[in-house]
Design a protein around this ligand. Structure first.
Ligand code: 2RA
Length: 332
């Protein structure tokens, strides 16, 4: 079998990665439609040696399409995903628009692949920080239930899109030239700086990005009371997120046992050379499928605590690869 596939948001950072992955993973595509909003329509993109036009998306774009991979922002997904479903397509949506709706599966293939089958037309791709963390925590949680998570994120510019990656480079050039850095996408200078994630804050002082990690993890793990607190920070890195994670269990969990579990965990690569003081870094995670995990160690402040550090490509496993892996689940 092969499928008529549409990429909505094809020219964005995630859309471009989805196109590359459909080719490199040889997804069974019989017809590929590249859809974008106004400013990107008219371009062409390469797929398996063929030059394809990027079309302006319209209500009729999804006629005859089997699968839509959407990464064009929440408002476009809200407007168009239901239309694509009515036209008979299944939509894998990378935006946060549908993630918490009960009838919409929220899927990380290494964690809850079975959830993908119960879709009613839309399947949601979790937030990048949630995906990267879930891939690493799930195998440990299965071995011994995690009692509490404290996570701090170090999020790359790519999470705010391709233009944001350009902006941080431009800001660095300006600063090195002794000029004032300009801010357009980001509210503050990111080059040689960092700032708490600037999504809106709730009354408890948590931003939306932090609450996504809490709420999405609970849904993916099917654990409504899962105890997690997050501090999300934007850092001057291009396209890989990093996370410092503290775990509390009910019983001691030895670092060596955690390391051996993670060494066999799907989607994880343990990277730690204690002699060389070499551990996961964004420059190593960039372009890779795996979540790199290291610095697995006893929490010296708690007998049942464990500390770990991870890096993962935000555009790839954090978004595009996870979505394509969900599509692969559907066609298996
Ligand atoms: C961010 N996770 O990094 C969000 C959206 N990709 O800003």
């Amino acid at each position: 079998n092969s499928y008529k596939v549409a990429i909505l948001g094809a020219t964005g950072a995630v859309g471009t990665e989805i196109l590359e992955l459909l080719a490199s993973r040889n997804f069974p595509v019989s017809q590929l439609k590249l859809l974008a909003s106004g400013r990107s329509a008219g371009k062409t993109m390469e797929f398996k040696g063929e030059s394809l036009p990027v079309e302006m998306v319209s209500d009729r774009s999804f006629d005859g399409i089997d699968l839509v991979l959407a990464s064009a922002g929440g408002s476009i997904s809200k407007e168009l995903a239901p239309k694509a479903v009515s036209a008979g397509a299944v939509v894998i949506d990378n935006s946060s628009a549908f993630r918490m709706q009960p009838q919409v599966p929220l899927v990380v293939p290494e964690v809850n692949p079975e959830a993908a089958r119960n879709h009613q037309g839309i399947i949601a791709n979790p937030n990048c920080t949630t995906i990267l963390m879930a891939v690493a925590l799930w195998p440990l949680h299965q071995h011994q239930p995690i009692k509490r998570v404290v996570v701090s994120t170090y999020q790359s510019a790519s999470g705010a899109g391709a233009r944001a990656m350009e902006e941080v480079k431009q800001q660095a050039r300006a600063i090195l030239a002794g000029k004032e850095p300009e801010t357009h996408i980001f509210p503050y200078p990111l080059a040689f700086n960092l700032f708490p994630h600037n999504t809106p804050l709730n009354e408890q002082g948590y931003c939306e990005e932090e609450m996504k990690m809490v709420n999405e993890t609970r849904k993916i793990f099917n654990a409504p009371d899962f105890s997690l607190t997050a501090t999300c920070v934007r850092v001057p890195v291009l396209r890989a997120h990093s996370e410092a994670i503290n775990l509390e269990f009910n019983e001691p969990f030895s670092p060596s046992q955690a390391k051996s579990i993670l060494s066999q965990a799907p989607g994880v690569k343990v990277v730690e050379d204690w002699q060389a003081n070499y551990f996961p870094m964004p420059v190593d995670a960039t372009g890779k499928d795996e979540v790199l995990v290291g610095r697995i160690r006893q929490d010296i402040s708690h007998p049942c605590g464990l500390e770990l550090w991870l890096c993962g490509d935000q555009i790839r496993k954090g978004a595009a690869l996870n979505a394509v892996q969900i599509a692969e689940l559907l066609v298996k």
